[in-house]
Design a protein. Structure first.
Length: 217
């Protein structure tokens, strides 16, 4: 009986002294959990822009040559659309599978500030930028490739044409049940509001695009 009592007390003490998660670890949890949803949104709202028609010199080409060039342009565009549709379906089908999709992410979480219309009470209303480590994305379904800040704005990745997602820091409420961050890239800036669900995972609750400032549930 005495041994059992000592064991119970020891377990209680261990539970009480168990290391609490740092703010940075909580941030990483949010981003890891909702990254697949962010990528699905990126694909869904990706805007395929039709290129403007070529301005062809009618003095340089005869009518037959002009028709041939226009036809080749049209075929090239059709081929691109077909390839993109295949890519789109493939990516969507793999996003929820563990580490099947790779994504470039900026290695710096950018400065964030609470929106004036947001009534949530956060631990802090703004946070300065910080570097993020690759190990912080270990628990994500997405295989993350961190891109250095300097390369993105000054170096080889700037004009590579590959998608790099920019995340801000994550604002968290007192109970770590609601959070907020902003995503930059591809079709525009948008603000992401998240909530913690029953299995202690995070999901996107709503998104506010910065351009039209309207809610998308």
């Amino acid at each position: 009986m005495r041994y059992t009592t000592i064991l119970l007390i020891s377990l209680m003490l261990f539970s009480c002294t168990e290391k609490e998660k740092t703010y940075e670890e909580l941030e990483a949890e949010v981003l890891c959990d909702v990254l697949p949803e962010v990528l699905e949104r990126e694909l869904k709202f990706y805007s395929v822009r039709i290129p403007p028609p070529q301005i062809l010199d009618s003095l340089k080409y005869n009518e037959k040559q002009l028709d041939s060039i226009r036809r080749q342009d049209s075929l090239s565009w059709d081929r691109y659309l077909k390839e993109f549709k295949v890519y789109y379906k493939s990516q969507l089908s793999k996003i929820r599978e563990y580490k099947k999709v790779q994504q470039k992410v900026l290695d710096t979480l950018l400065y964030v500030k609470k929106l004036s219309t947001d009534e949530t009470v956060y631990l802090k209303n703004e946070l300065d930028s910080r570097k993020v480590g690759l190990d912080e994305f270990n628990d994500s379904n997405i295989s993350v490739n961190l891109v250095p800040y300097s390369n993105t704005f000054e170096g080889q990745d700037r004009n590579s044409g590959e998608q790099v997602l920019f995340f801000t820091r994550v604002l968290m409420d007192q109970k770590a049940e609601n959070s907020f961050f902003t995503v930059f890239k591809f079709f525009g800036t948008y603000h992401v509001f998240c909530r913690k669900i029953k299995n202690n995972k995070w999901e996107i609750r709503k998104v506010i695009p910065d351009d039209v400032n309207t809610l998308r549930e």
